[in-house]
Ligand binder design. Structure first.
Ligand SMILES: [Zn+2]
Length: 83
């Protein structure tokens, strides 16, 4: 079971990966400095330090599935889900 508080949804467009909202600064439609192929590498066990280009906050990614990125720690905006 994937811990919800460590996930963040992403979208792809061609080989680009972006998020509808930055989990740190809330900026909409942030293009991530990674390519779609790297999502597969994450899923295969490779880890990646993601630096958001909007606010330079960092998130260490440890996995990805078809819809979500998985970080090694709680993502700020996920702290109080459904509460
Ligand atoms: Zn940001």
């Amino acid at each position: 079971m994937v811990p919800f508080e460590r996930t963040w949804p992403y979208e792809t467009l061609g080989s680009d990966v972006y998020v509808l909202e930055c989990p740190f600064c809330s900026r909409p439609n942030v293009l991530l400095p990674m390519k779609k192929e790297e999502l597969k590498e994450l899923h295969d066990g490779k880890k990646k330090l993601l630096v958001f280009p909007c606010c330079y906050n960092r998130l260490k990614l440890v996995d990805a599935d078809g819809d979500y990125l998985l970080a090694d720690r709680t993502i700020p905006k996920r702290k109080n889900p459904l509460s």
